[in-house]
Ligand binder design. Structure first.
Ligand SMILES: [Fe+2]
Length: 185
């Protein structure tokens, strides 16, 4: 389920907000300049749909967002728990970093967690099917696909070459609960 949990960055035991209401999530993210949308497919997708089929199913939304924000290229990434490199892939973006351009992801299926470090708070956004999240350029953040990653995402870029992680060296991601490892309250 799509969830927003806001932690105090110095005291992650203190959960400021926890909500699964999509309207509240959108409103709270709007306030900090982070775009969150929910998209519906324009066509039924077969299982193991090709990249072209996935993009075609969401063409209207992809074209609208690309025109509005200047995204030039689109691709599809799919990761499943049987990927032999899943631990390596998970580790790649687990430390706090920034990019020179927006990190834009639409979840066609599956889930993953973005963590946005905004001021003295960390916003954990667990994205699931139909969620679009755009992490603005320069935002300190990290991404956790969890120990058993499963997702298909459409990625939108201005220039894929420009989308390089610049690590901040801050170890904050190690003290905030990981995705898929949180203990139910
Ligand atoms: Fe990133």
């Amino acid at each position: 389920m799509t969830t927003l949990t806001i932690y105090e960055d110095k005291n992650p035991d203190n959960v400021v907000v926890s909500t699964t209401d999509p309207n509240e999530i959108k409103s709270l993210l709007d306030k900090v300049g982070v775009a969150f949308e929910r998209w519906k497919a324009g066509a039924e997708l077969p299982e193991n749909a090709t990249q072209d089929q996935v993009i075609a199913a969401y063409k209207t939304e992809v074209d609208r967002l690309s025109a509005a924000a200047g995204y030039q290229t689109v691709d599809v990434i799919r990761i499943t728990p049987d990927n032999p490199k899943k631990d390596e892939l998970r580790a790649k973006f687990l430390d706090e970093h920034t990019h020179d351009e927006d990190e834009v992801r639409f979840f066609v299926e599956g889930s993953g967690a973005f963590y946005l470090h905004l001021g003295d708070k960390v916003y954990q956004v667990v994205c699931t099917r139909d969620d679009l999240l755009s992490v603005p350029a320069g935002t300190q953040h990290w991404f956790d696909m969890g120990p058993e990653p499963r997702f298909t995402c459409i990625r939108l870029f201005v220039t894929p070459d420009g989308w390089v992680a610049k690590f901040t060296g801050d170890k904050i991601s190690s003290i905030i609960p990981r995705f898929g490892e949180q203990v139910a309250a």
